[in-house]
Design a protein around this ligand. Structure first.
Ligand SMILES: [Zn+2]
Ligand SMILES: [Zn+2]
Length: 224
């Protein structure tokens, strides 16, 4: 196995490891990477976020054109306090250079309010992760001990591993090829941390079309 590069699950390109986000850092210092490269992640993320929040998806070029119109006029209406203010009263998006919909004064108030209502959310998220890591560590140690001392367990483990290597890997490859719901849900959960209750058929279909077109493009490029 090559440790300096990795294949992206969506675009199928072998890329250096630093093109993949970090999913977690293990205790021995090694870093495990996410299965999808950052360029693929960014391209799909905006669409998925719009679907989640029930907003209309506007392509980057159109958003840039709208910003140009705003710059010409020199003012913008805040969508919270409804006051028409000069453009330097709004924060700007780093990527598309768009102006925020709330003015700076409203952002300050709104941000604080938002935090006041949801501090528990942040804590539970962290606690959940910590608990998961601790549990995983405990079972790993327990199994290691058993593997050393229990001969029957050791034989069972070796058989199970060989079964995994043949059948499970094949099944996984089929899921990947056919883009089953299960496969897409896995991606959504891992990469975009979307909860199970938020999986709608539209989001799944969106991801499916994006992945299949990217794969098709990649194939066409190969043939040329
Ligand atoms: Zn990719
Ligand atoms: Zn405002």
């Amino acid at each position: 196995m090559n440790l300096t590069s990795k294949k992206c699950k969506i675009c199928d390109v072998e890329k250096p490891l630093n093109k993949f986000g970090i999913s977690r850092i293990k205790k021995d210092g090694t870093v495990s990477r996410k299965p999808i490269c950052m360029s693929c992640k960014g391209k799909i993320y905006v669409k998925i976020r719009c679907l989640r929040e029930g907003r209309e998806y506007i392509p980057l070029t159109e958003r840039r054109a709208r910003v140009d119109v705003q710059i010409k006029s020199g003012t913008k209406q805040c969508s919270r306090c409804k006051i028409l203010k000069p453009l330097d009263n709004f924060y700007r998006d780093k990527r598309c250079r768009a102006f925020g919909s709330y003015c700076k004064a409203c952002c300050l108030i709104y941000g604080k309010e938002n935090y006041k209502h949801k501090p528990h959310k942040i804590i539970t998220e962290e606690m959940r992760l910590q608990r998961k890591l601790k549990q995983r560590q405990q079972t790993r140690e327990r199994n290691k001990e058993r593997y050393k001392n229990d001969k029957e367990y050791r034989n069972k483990y070796i058989i199970a591993r060989s079964v995994y290597n043949t059948t499970v890997r094949k099944r996984r490859e089929r899921y990947r090829r056919e883009l089953t719901d299960q496969y897409l849900k896995n991606i959504l959960q891992k990469i975009y941390s979307i909860r199970w209750s938020e999986f709608t058929p539209e989001i799944l279909q969106e991801l499916r079309t994006v992945i299949s077109t990217r794969r098709l493009l990649r194939q066409l490029r190969k043939e040329i």
